[in-house]
Design a protein. Structure first.
Length: 594
């Protein structure tokens, strides 16, 4: 690896290790000013002792005495009974052990383990077994998202949302919070919410409360805060939880309590401006809210999670100018939020598809909904029409013409994702001038064996040939050094990435690897702190740690910035932990996108 690449990757891992202690802190709040500041907890009220009581004097019965056995009437007792004093009651009841109370609220058989938080089993529970918890959390905090690789993002999402055992030295709830926090930064708002909801309320920590609020807002679902609102405010004192209480009261149909609580918060000036109005609008949308609130964005210079979430929940249109200053992950949140109108989600959905948040099927379904919407704008409607033709045109020529219309001159990677299953309908033919794009489109959706049908149709030495040499799951022959030299990808970086991918997949002989590494100046044998950490995680079978370190090795905005040495190490490590399919797709993606 070149010196500059070594230094940057080594610095990333060294800095991550140095920041391990920071991983125990709460995530940095992305709520607007005023939300997230801890308010002083009110002093507990002093219990007042109960007034000792006396036994009341019974009144003289006014009813006729009941005859005793034998029919003899018993005389009334003479005199008035005297009161008998009792012991003075204690001022407070005997406290109940919280652990005992928890067993009644949530029986043991119904409680979920903190050692298996997640929603899938795509990656084994031991993905971080034996790893240092502080180091893993630091890597998560240091990972910048989105990643340049769609397929690495998909693999990392699958790992972070799986049912995992926490690494050594990390509380299970805090580990869930760190995973969800990274998923949010990747744009995976739905997966992040699923992870935080996989923890029982009784096991929440302050860190998880904060991440949970961000996850619910990112999905435009303030109702998701309701099971946590009271405990969240008590545990953190954050002002966002204070406003969650009247919101949840309104959504539960208790309009009187909601208005009283909201009025009290307004008087305390815990929020002002658009933040207050959005909260009021959600309260008004609840049962018996009896109020309409108009949102004016004048003077608002930035979009926060609070503003995004409450606006999405109430169908409030957010000015496009505010999206210009947000991170790429917010575009994915926008695409996934069901409260945002369909027409406003289409462009964001294509961005999300390029990042790995939207699948081919999800993107096609979205355009299917556009086609059925009479009020959809003309642009998305035309795309939906072309997509229908690409699937169901009368012949292959008509379908191919629709594909070319969707791709236009320089198609985005998202358009290749959109057309993947439509491209399946094209017959493999050497006469097709778009064979390379068809192969790239098929592989963007993981259709590797379908793409392999084009191996005899693509031109030798072209991008299609290179992608199939990397992605074909059934290939058993080495790629020769002459074939590698004959690759004409249009740039030196693509030739170097092809070499790195082939070497990492074991599809070059040892002799050819050594010759090509020297000829292309790709120092795959160089070692630094990042390569040592990656090798150690691979040797220990820690698939989760391997994926996190792979993400650290791709801290760049595009594939052209990924060092070939890093790609070689990533592909090799993924294969070592059983992620061979992901390794092939990442290597092929490098050719399609560099």
């Amino acid at each position: 690896m070149r010196t500059s690449s070594n230094a940057s990757l080594a610095a990333a891992v060294i800095a991550a290790a140095a920041a391990a202690a920071l991983a125990q802190e709460r995530p940095e709040s992305i709520l607007p000013p005023g939300f997230g500041d801890t308010a002083p907890a009110p002093a507990p009220a002093t219990p007042r002792p109960a007034t000792p009581g006396r036994v009341p004097v019974p009144a003289t019965p006014e009813t006729t005495p009941t005859p005793a056995a034998g029919g003899v009437i018993q005389p009334l007792p003479s005199g008035t009974p005297s009161a008998t004093p009792t012991a003075t009651p204690t001022p407070t009841p005997t406290p109940i052990d919280p652990a005992t109370l928890a067993r009644y609220e949530m029986p043991e058989f119904a409680r979920r383990s903190l050692n298996a938080v997640g929603v899938s089993a795509e990656v084994g529970p031991a993905a971080f077994a034996g790893a240092d918890g502080g180091f893993v959390q630091a890597l998560m905090r240091r990972t910048a998202a989105p990643l340049p690789s769609r397929w690495l993002s998909i693999a990392l999402r699958r790992a972070l949302s799986s049912r995992l055992e926490p690494p050594d030295g990390v509380d299970g709830a805090d580990f869930a919070a760190e995973r969800a926090w990274l998923l949010l930064r990747m744009g995976e708002s739905v997966a992040a919410r699923a992870v935080v909801q996989g923890v029982d309320n009784a096991d929440y920590t302050p860190k998880l409360y904060q991440v949970a609020m961000n996850a619910m807002l990112a999905t435009g679902d303030p109702a998701g805060l309701c099971p946590l609102a009271d405990a969240g405010r008590a545990a953190t004192g954050e002002r966002g939880w204070a406003f969650a209480q009247p919101i949840c009261a309104a959504l539960a149909g208790n309009g009187t309590a909601a208005r009283a609580q909201f009025t009290a918060l307004r008087r305390r000036r815990l929020a002002t401006g658009v933040d207050l109005l959005l909260a009021e609008k959600v309260v008004g949308a609840g049962s018996q809210g009896r109020q309409a609130v108009t949102i004016e964005w004048d003077g608002v210079d930035r979009l926060t999670t609070w503003r995004f979430g409450l606006a999405a929940a109430t169908g409030t249109t957010i000015p496009e100018a505010l999206f210009a200053g947000v991170g790429a992950q917010v575009m994915s949140w926008r695409a996934l939020a069901p409260g945002i109108p369909l027409a406003q989600r289409v462009e964001a959905a294509e961005v999300a598809a390029g990042q790995g948040v939207f699948s081919n099927t999800a993107l096609v379904d979205l355009y299917g909904a556009v086609a059925a919407d009479d009020d959809a704008p003309s642009g998305p409607t035309a795309t939906a029409t072309d997509l229908r033709t690409a699937y169901a045109g009368v012949d292959s020529a008509t379908r191919m013409a629709a594909l070319r219309q969707l791709w236009r001159a320089r198609p985005s990677y998202a358009r290749l994702v959109l057309t993947a299953r439509a491209a399946v309908r094209q017959p493999a033919s050497g006469d097709n001038t778009d064979a390379n794009r068809i192969v790239a489109s098929l592989l963007s959706a993981g259709l590797d064996r379908t793409a392999a049908r084009w191996s005899g149709a693509v031109a030798a030495g072209g991008d299609g040939w290179a992608m199939l040499a990397l992605a074909d799951p059934d290939r058993r022959q080495f790629v020769s050094y002459a074939q590698l030299q004959g690759y004409d990808g249009g740039s030196e970086i693509k030739r170097r990435l092809l070499f790195a991918g082939l070497a990492g997949l074991g599809r070059l002989s040892a002799e050819d690897i050594e010759r090509a590494a020297e000829a292309l100046d790709v120092r795959i044998g160089a070692a630094n702190s990042w390569t040592r950490a990656l090798d150690r995680a691979a040797a220990d079978g820690q698939a989760g740690s391997v994926l996190l370190l792979a993400a650290i090795g791709m801290q760049t905005g595009s594939w052209r910035g990924v060092p070939p040495e890093a790609l070689y190490r990533i592909v090799t490590a993924l294969r070592a932990v059983g992620l061979d399919g992901e390794a092939r797709m990442i290597a092929a993606e490098a050719i399609a996108r560099a």
